[in-house]
Design a protein around this ligand. Structure first.
Ligand SMILES: [Zn+2]
Length: 192
C-alpha cells in the first residue's frame, strides 16, 4: 500500500470519529516557527497524530500561530510546537525534536524539521516521521514526564525497523503511556 493511501485511510477514520460529535477536544496544538514542513506533509502528519491520539481516547485540534495571551483557551491542554532551523542549545545532534514538559509559556516543543528530512532521505517517510515526532513530544507534555517506553511511540530512540513500521501504520502508545497521558489530562482539567 502506498503512503498516500494510508493517509487517506487515517483521514477518513478521523472524519468518521469526529462527525456529529459535540464533545470538546482535549488538546489544542499550535504550530509556529519559520522552518515548517511542506503543507502536504504537515496535513498528512496532523491527520496521523489525530488518529494516534484518537485511538487512545484523546481528542486533538490544531491552530496555526501562537496562542493569544490572556485569551481563553479552547481545551484543557495547549501545546505549542515551534519549527526551528537551529536546535536549542544543549540538544544532541541525533535529536529530531525537544519537549519541555514543564514549560509554562513559550514553545514547549521545538521540532528540527531539517533533521526529519535528513532521516527520511529520499523515502516518502517525512510525513509519518513528523507525525511520530509530534505525537511523542506532545505525549511528553501531556504526561509531564520525560518517561520513555521500551516500544512504540514513546521509545527513546527509534531504529530502522521502527521507521519501516511507521511508514506502514502508526506505532502504538503502550498501556503505561496511555495511563500517564490520562493522568496528566486529569491534572490539567483540575487546574483550569
Ligand atoms: Zn522522548
Amino acid at each position: 500500500m502506498k503512503p498516500t493511501l494510508l493517509t487517506a485511510t487515517f483521514l477518513a477514520a478521523v472524519l468518521t470519529a469526529t462527525a456529529g460529535d459535540p464533545k470538546p477536544v482535549d488538546v489544542t496544538i499550535y504550530l509556529c516557527g519559520d522552518n515548517g514542513a511542506p503543507s502536504a506533509v504537515e496535513q498528512s502528519a496532523r491527520a496521523t497524530v489525530n488518529w494516534m491520539f484518537g485511538k487512545v481516547g484523546v481528542r486533538t485540534a490544531w491552530r496555526v500561530g501562537e496562542p493569544q495571551k490572556g485569551a481563553g483557551q479552547p481545551s484543557r491542554a495547549v501545546v505549542v510546537v515551534k519549527f526551528a532551523a537551529e536546535a536549542p542549545a544543549g540538544v544532541p545532534k541525533s535529536a529530531l525534536a525537544r519537549a519541555l514538559p514543564f514549560s509554562e509559556d513559550g514553545a514547549a516543543i521545538t521540532v528540527m524539521y531539517d533533521r526529519i528530512r535528513f532521516i527520511a532521505g529520499r523515502s516518502n517517510r517525512e510525513a509519518p516521521i513528523l507525525a511520530h515526532v509530534l505525537a511523542h513530544e506532545i505525549a511528553h507534555v501531556l504526561q509531564r514526564t520525560n518517561w520513555h517506553a521500551q516500544t512504540g511511540v514513546m521509545k527513546a530512540t527509534w531504529d530502522g525497523q521502527d521507521y519501516d513500521a511507521m511508514e506502514r501504520a502508526p506505532l502504538k502508545f503502550t498501556t503505561t503511556d496511555v495511563e500517564l497521558i490520562k493522568a496528566g489530562l486529569t491534572i490539567l482539567r483540575a487546574s483550569r
